[in-house]
Design a protein around this ligand. Sequence first.
Ligand code: AHG
Ligand code: MN
Ligand code: MN
Length: 378
Amino acid sequence: MQQSASRSKHFFYFILINTFIFVRLRVQLHLNKEFNHKYQTMYAKTLGQFIIEKQNDFPFAKGELSRLLRDIAIAAKIVNREVTKAGLVEILGETGDTNVQGERVKKLDVFANDQFIAALKAGGECCAIASEENEDIIPIDSEISKNARYVVAMDPLDGSSNIDVNVSIGTIFSIYRRVSLNGPGTHEDFMQRGTEQVAAGYIIYGSSAMLVYTTGKGVNGFTLDPSIGEFCLSHPNMQMPKDGKTYSINEGNYLHFPEGVKKYIKYCQEEDKATNRPYSSRYIGSGVADIHRNLITGGIYIYPKTTKSPNGKLRLLYECNPLAFIIEQAGGVATNGYKRIMDLDISELHQRTPLFLGSTEMMKKSMEFMEKYKEAAV
Ligand code: AHG
Ligand code: MN
Ligand code: MN
């Protein structure tokens, strides 16, 4: 009698524990399903899908620009693949050549340049390319490109000094509608102000790879999901904070800076609770990476003229204009210290300009200093 009572008690506990386990598993399963659903909806929109959706924003769009962006994304994935295994294969180091700017050429500079050129040629939507790595434009004269309406200017590998040391690097691109009528694109097609850009963007090869671009209707960021090999919308409608606490400048050149820049740097370093100073100094040496960080957290990036480089270092066509377009579209400001970058006239492919670019409030302050010390000698 007692034995049977204890058996039923055991049986009861057995059922109770199993029911508990069963319910727990069901709940877990449900939560997993919900998580997966959410995760997939958050990350499922690929760059390709997004571009096609956005195509409707442009009346008369025939999909050419969408295909051009797709071609750029393909080259970016290939470059990213090589960047991530740069230490494993023969891709680190210098080629032994110098480029048109007199800078030592790294192997990855050449590799990236070749990949983007090949993708743009194969895509058929681009009639000429201007690259940091090529002295002259590359006109495209092929059957497939004979109706192409766009030209692309690019810095295929930005932050070359960081290639060999595993620090973030990037690619910058800028797209213009051709002004020449037909045939391969011409030099004139690139001599347009930044305001004429149809689209611009950058790719950052960082802890993850991201493609950020604008077509003049806001800025969107896509992170490469390596498991599916697709850039997926991760940063919709990026907005740059109006103010920030980070200034990015190569302070090693301090002695050669214009007086306005020297005074602004001192201002950033002063103690002032009300304005959150001193600010932090952050300088990676890859413009794309410095500007990407500042775009997300707020900040200012400055590459001024120096006594050694009276026109600054960065190139208007394929560095400053595209970065300025993105920053403005995200709510920031980009100037040469006095004038809006995208309003500057261009007469040379590799023309340089000083660049001040960042959060509105910080830009306002830095430009006040530039104006105040305008007459002071460099
Ligand atoms: P690139 O590697 O294409 O020549 O560009 C590097 C640029 C920019 O991205 C970076 O902020 C800056 O040059 C670094 O220059 P310094 O080493 O003179 O600071
Ligand atoms: Mn560069
Ligand atoms: Mn470069």
